[in-house]
Design a protein around this ligand. Structure first.
Ligand code: FE2
Length: 279
């Protein structure tokens, strides 16, 4: 599945694209499960917004608790000035996270597909352990921008210890908010780190160095058909734009480490009860 040139591209560029690795039929159970989770979600009870333009100051207990299950987060632009939903709930969710694999059979089954484990092993992980899963909607018209960042800022392990897999549940292009990357810049240092003080149950985003993020003219848009997988290094700068198109851009993401990789207590993501999810 992964040729030597794919592996060397991952090492040199910080990412690799596997086009159409999964069929739409294989992905249909993931979409169906998300539809059901959203239908069951009580938007009056939980009104937690996910946005990335506030230096993560909006993170709350609901966010921290989402380390252990399938929790729904709203789009900022799906709420009116009084904080009420301005559209149908199904078109208001930013994402579901952050442990779909631990709580929902459709995602557990998908993560256990041999292609996932084989891919992570081929990229160097011994005994891959799934740490985080998300279903990202990038809703038509309001899907929020995810600002430039490196995943290692939010998933603290050792350099290169976390691999991200981004799986296109729908075709992604620059108009509906595809991923953008900066090839080769995964070799640079970590720019920011988000750490939790568990006594206060509160996180802080600290700037480690002022290396500027690139503008989009110097970045690469990863326009991919449905079923494609983008694997990327935890220091790879990446971004996705606001989705002002009339099309959604659903994606499922997996973050994994080797079983023996360190996992900092300062990580916000702390599943306290679940056994390690090995693939
Ligand atoms: Fe990311």
């Amino acid at each position: 599945m992964l040729s030597p040139s794919h592996v060397s591209q991952f090492d040199s560029d910080g990412f690799v694209v596997l086009e159409s690795l999964f069929s739409a039929a294989e992905l249909a159970p993931l979409v169906a499960a998300a539809t059901r989770i959203v239908a069951d979600f009580d938007a009056d009870k939980h009104r937690s917004v996910f946005r990335t333009d506030d230096r993560d100051e909006g993170r709350d207990d609901y966010f921290l608790d989402s380390a252990e299950g399938a929790y729904c987060f709203l789009e900022a632009d799906a709420l009116d000035a009084d904080g009420n939903l301005n559209r149908d709930k199904a078109l208001a969710i930013n994402k579901i996270g952050h442990a779909m694999h631990a709580s929902e059979p459709a995602y557990a089954d998908f993560c256990r597909d041999n292609r996932i484990g084989d891919l992570l092993r081929a990229l160097g992980q011994a005994e891959p352990q799934i740490r985080q899963t998300m279903y990202i909607f990038k809703q038509p018209g309001i899907g929020g921008e995810v600002r430039w960042h490196q995943d290692a800022s939010y998933l603290i392990s050792e350099r290169g210890g976390v691999i991200g897999l981004w799986i296109a549940l729908e075709a992604a292009d620059r108009n509906n908010g595809c991923l953008w990357v900066q090839p080769g810049r995964h070799r640079e240092d970590l720019r920011e780190i988000y750490e939790i003080d568990w006594e206060r149950r509160s996180g802080t985003l600290t700037t480690l160095n002022e290396t500027p993020w690139t503008d989009n003219e110097n970045a690469l848009a990863l326009e991919v058909p449905v079923g494609s997988v983008v694997a990327f290094h935890d220091h790879m700068p990446h971004f996705s734009s606001y989705n002002s198109s009339s099309r959604s851009r659903h994606a499922f993401t997996i973050h994994a480490t080797a079983r023996a990789a360190p996992w900092s207590e300062r990580n916000w993501l702390q599943p306290r009860t679940a056994a390690p999810f090995l693939v």
